[in-house]
Ligand binder design. Structure first.
Ligand SMILES: Cc1cc2nc3c(=O)[nH]c(=O)nc-3n(C[C@H](O)[C@H](O)[C@H](O)COP(=O)(O)O)c2cc1C
Length: 184
């Protein structure tokens, strides 16, 4: 696929099925992440893969985090939370590993992480892998970070769901570039 065609056709794919990406495909996705713009080349992120039964363990720590905040959520909500990570064969969790730098505030490192994740989504699309980036307020709960083994200064920025696209590809409305472009 031509590079521009690729960029213009990427969509998020919520319905995902087996198989997950291969080892080589992960290598490509991670390499692409580190081609995002990165001020001072700080490499301020890392990625955690969650596959197979570990997805159930992830569901449990998601539920635990929510229950700590709101012990009264219904059994239905609890069951949904447990199942969230099972929506895809594998997940890749982007983690900010912020670095102290006199010229690079943390916000720039978060922006770079966004670019890195977008590169992963585009690389996945290029390889025929379906992907969707989700956060949900739950990902900012301190107990999730602790249960994932993140260091105190690290922060989780969501869950990239990965797998083979299932179901029909959604259609997206083309935007009018003129609506978002002006001269000064
Ligand atoms: C940082 C970030 C977090 C997101 N979190 C969620 C989420 O928790 N749930 C959700 O349905 N979509 C979430 N989205 C939006 C989807 O990833 C996706 O962009 C959106 O559904 C639009 O689809 P598209 O990518 O095909 O245009 C998030 C997007 C970003 C950038």
């Amino acid at each position: 696929m031509d590079a521009l065609e690729l960029l213009l056709s990427r969509i998020s794919v919520p319905a995902l099925t087996e198989p997950g990406p291969t080892h080589e495909q992960y290598q490509t996705m991670i390499q692409s992440a580190f081609r995002a713009p990165d001020h001072a080349h700080l490499q301020p992120y890392r990625f955690i893969r969650v596959a197979g039964d570990r997805r159930h363990a992830l569901g449990k720590i998601m539920l635990k985090a929510v229950l700590e905040r709101d012990p009264k959520i219904s059994e239905g909500q609890q069951a949904r939370l447990l199942k969230n990570p099972i929506r895809a064969p594998e997940l890749l969790l982007p983690v900010l590993t912020p670095k102290e730098h006199p010229k690079v505030p943390e916000v720039e490192q978060v922006l770079s992480l966004g670019g890195a994740v977008n590169n992963i989504l585009n690389a996945a699309h290029a390889m025929g892998i379906g992907a969707m980036w989700r956060t949900g307020l739950i990902c900012y709960e301190p107990s999730i970070a602790r249960d994932l083994g993140l260091a105190a200064h690290e922060r989780l920025y969501g869950f990239i769901y990965l797998g083979a696209p299932a179901g029909n590809r959604k259609t997206v409305e083309a935007i009018n570039p003129e609506d978002f472009l002006s001269d000064w």
